[in-house]
Write a protein that binds this ligand. Structure first.
Ligand SMILES: [Zn+2]
Ligand SMILES: [Zn+2]
Length: 373
């Protein structure tokens, strides 16, 4: 099926022909060749996908039950929105950027990519903020993310977007890892993470510390802070806020890999302002995959591209608690100059032809046509 999807283009580029790429995907995941139908809303296809994993024994049942229950408790939170204290609503709201930054400024831009350096006080703060986000330990998140960057849109990518929107969004958590993900993950070096005491502290107590910080801690703050009913605060500021931030983060892997512009790499992923809003500045993903070491994870400043995470890192650099923020703008300028040089050479040819025309010379004389028989 002909399509202009960037993920299909990437697939086709790796295979000899687009047909071969589609056949390859079909042979591996007969139910999931959603590169040709990224947002598949056909329940028959969902059934086929679930059945394929069920028959193959590749469903991750503990995660299915855990994520299912968390969504159920988030719905309970929705039913309490009209009855909880205003402070509880505010508390749930501020936990969105707090936990979002624990992911974006913490495990993503600091621990996964080392795009800036943070002192111990900031690393401790980011570890705590990350724990309230409860997206697995920093160590495991950073490990999966480094594999994602190194092997994007291949079978070794933990959330390979060629397997469709749903798989890249959450499906990858609901079934067992592809063997290539495990194999490639073992080849990467994570000694920098092992040397970080805050990362190892959290990993040692995983998952109990992050569970406590994500669900019980917001409930305790609301109960002892302004007398909220503990469980109501747990449903609203715990589970409802948790599920909202989870989906915001997952949108980076699904929507920002499939929908949007491609100014820096014509194939994938994409620049997606809507994802940037929900994921506190993390939707400028075409730039980010091109320059993962850039602490801003976007080409422009915060006045042009919504990016609270950049603002957060800049603030802590000002305070002296962070340093060495790396930028890729000069690298991009060099790339553009090379590209523009190509354009200039073409223009030079045109100028040359125009010169001949201006002097009255016949361009055909300068560039004689091949002799016809
Ligand atoms: Zn990505
Ligand atoms: Zn990244």
């Amino acid at each position: 099926m002909a399509t202009s999807s960037p993920v299909v283009a990437a697939s086709a580029a790796k295979a000899a022909t687009p047909a071969e790429a589609a056949a390859k995907l079909g042979a591996t995941y007969p139910h999931e060749q959603m590169a040709t139908r990224p947002l598949d809303l056909n329940p028959a296809h969902w059934y086929a996908a679930i059945k394929w994993h069920y028959d193959g024994g590749t469903l991750n049942w503990p995660m299915i039950i855990y994520i299912g229950l968390c969504h159920y408790w988030a719905v309970l939170g929705l039913t309490r929105l009209a009855t909880v204290h205003t402070y509880t609503l505010l508390w749930a709201y501020v936990l969105w950027p707090i936990t979002g930054l624990g992911i974006t400024a913490g495990v993503h831009r600091l621990w996964s990519h080392r795009s800036y350096t943070a002192g111990p006080a900031l690393r401790c703060l980011l570890m705590l903020m990350n724990s309230i986000a409860n997206q697995g330990s920093i160590f495991h998140w950073a490990r999966d993310h480094r594999v994602h960057h190194k092997h994007s849109e291949t079978t070794a990518d933990p959330h390979n977007a060629q397997r469709g929107f749903f798989y890249a969004h959450v499906g990858w958590l609901l079934c067992k890892k592809h063997p290539d993900v495990v194999k490639e993950g073992k080849k990467l070096d994570f000694n920098d993470l092992k040397r970080d005491g805050f990362v190892m502290f959290q990993r040692k107590l995983d998952p109990w510390f992050t569970m406590f910080m994500c669900f019980a801690f917001p409930g305790l703050v609301a109960k002892f802070g302004w007398g909220e009913r503990f469980w109501d605060a747990v449903w609203v500021a715990g589970f409802l806020r948790y599920i909202f931030v989870l989906h915001s983060t997952w949108l980076v892997n699904s929507a920002a890999h499939i929908f949007g512009d491609h100014p820096y790499n014509e194939q994938w992923p994409a620049e997606n302002p809507i994802v940037s809003f929900f994921a506190v500045g993390e939707g400028w993903h075409n730039w980010h995959h091109q320059y993962p070491y850039d602490y801003a994870a976007s080409e422009f400043g915060i006045t042009s591209q919504f990016n609270p995470t950049k603002l957060f890192i800049d603030f802590f650099c000002l305070l002296g608690m962070a340093s060495n923020p790396k930028r890729a703008t000069s690298s991009w300028e060099r790339t553009k100059m090379k590209r523009d040089k190509g354009v200039f050479e073409k223009s030079n040819f045109v100028l040359c032809m125009e010169g001949y025309a201006a002097r009255g010379a016949d361009a055909a004389e300068a560039y004689p046509a091949k002799k016809q028989d």
